[in-house]
Write a protein that binds this ligand. Structure first.
Ligand SMILES: Cc1cc2nc3c(=O)[nH]c(=O)nc-3n(C[C@H](O)[C@H](O)[C@H](O)COP(=O)(O)OP(=O)(O)OC[C@H]3O[C@@H](n4cnc5c(N)ncnc54)[C@H](O)[C@@H]3O)c2cc1C
Length: 315
């Protein structure tokens, strides 16, 4: 029997599109498995009940509410890992995020399961998986054949086609984490409201070309008009102009929206590593030689302080 734990996101009471891909992958596991599989879903936002597409013989065991404070104390992490050990999972599944990554890394060590990062596609056979991984900051892909027991970290561009569309209701079960914390907080960055960056279809990113944090009003206005999430380059979050939750790139969040608008960002290779999964890239930069233009589908050579208000006015 395969014993699976998966991290999913719920947006406005519905499975996010990437979580739907996780459920479809679980259906795929069931299709190739000769024995029944047991699935526990873990979600960070409080929910009562959701509908999940599944095939009838998958038993969706429980949904555990974790508190999404963005960081887990040692005690909280210990509680989660001891739950994972007692359930003896063979497969852990989740999209890359700071919280999920921290749990996956610890679980991989404790459950003695290999951690496979940056997965862009999986093909399933009865006794092994053929995995494609993004490597060298997204510049190359590597192929890996591996048995099922593993911790699978999915890239934002990962998608798995649905096999079935029938629905099943799932009850939520609460895992209570200890309140005690073993860290102190020195600064708190306000996370802007709006679309979830990792899951967003439209993203407006801005860099040092914005000159000052007080100039982000027009970026937020453009994002609000498009229903987009906001992102930034690393130096912008390093100097606290924007929260670290918005930092995209090699060392930040990897995004794969339908549209990425990059404003006043040079297009350094480390930034591109996080955004090159975007379907359409629009670059606004006043330097015609900015490297980002080489990777843009559409480029506007101009001053962000002229171009963005003009776009906002016309939307
Ligand atoms: C190990 C390592 C990891 C890194 N990881 C990341 C990462 O994950 N993400 C990341 O982003 N960076 C990362 N970096 C940093 C990266 O190399 C670049 O330094 C960074 O992306 C540059 O940020 P920027 O484009 O905002 O700033 P700059 O390089 O200063 O570029 C600003 C751009 O704005 C343009 N501009 C200026 N004024 C205007 C205007 N008025 N109108 C229009 N355009 C204007 C300029 O022409 C310029 O192209 C990493 C670096 C290292 C060494």
């Amino acid at each position: 029997m395969k014993n699976i734990a998966a991290f999913i996101d719920i947006n406005a009471g519905k499975l996010s599109s990437r979580s739907a891909s996780i459920i479809h992958l679980i259906q795929g596991f069931q299709q190739v498995s000769e024995t029944p599989i047991k699935v526990d879903l873990y979600v960070f936002s409080p929910i009562d009940q959701i509908e999940i597409p599944t095939v009838s013989s998958v038993s969706l065991h429980e949904i555990v509410n974790l508190n999404d404070s963005g960081i887990l104390s040692k005690n909280q992490m210990d509680t989660i890992i001891s739950k994972f050990s007692s359930e003896a999972y063979d497969i852990l599944l989740g999209y890359k995020s700071t919280l999920v990554d921290s749990i996956m890394a610890r679980a991989s060590a404790e459950l003695k399961l290999p951690l496979i990062p940056q997965i862009v596609s999986i093909n399933l056979a009865p006794s092994e998986m053929m995995i494609k991984q993004s490597i060298f900051s997204g510049k190359a892909l590597s192929n890996l054949k591996i048995g099922y027991a593993s911790v699978l970290q999915l890239n934002p561009s990962f998608a798995y086609k649905p096999l079935h569309e029938s629905l099943m209701k799932v009850e939520s079960v609460k895992l209570t984490l200890p309140n005690s914390t073993s860290f102190s907080v020195s600064t708190i960055n306000k996370v802007p409201q709006g679309a979830n960056l990792g899951d967003a279809n439209y993203v407006v990113g801005a860099g040092r070309g914005l000159k000052d944090p007080s100039n982000w009003g027009m970026i937020e206005e453009l994002a609000a008009k498009l229903g987009a999430a906001t992102a930034c380059s690393k130096p912008v979050s390093d100097i606290n102009w924007r929260p670290h939750s918005e930092h995209v790139g090699q060392t930040g969040i990897k995004i794969a929206p339908k549209l990425y608008i990059a404003c006043g960002i040079s297009g350094a290779i480390q930034h591109l590593a996080g955004v090159n999964g975007s379907k359409t890239i629009v670059v606004i930069n006043n330097d015609p030689e900015a490297p980002f233009f080489k990777y843009a589908d559409y480029g506007i050579v101009g001053d962000v302080f002229d171009v963005i208000p003009e776009i906002v006015k016309n939307l």
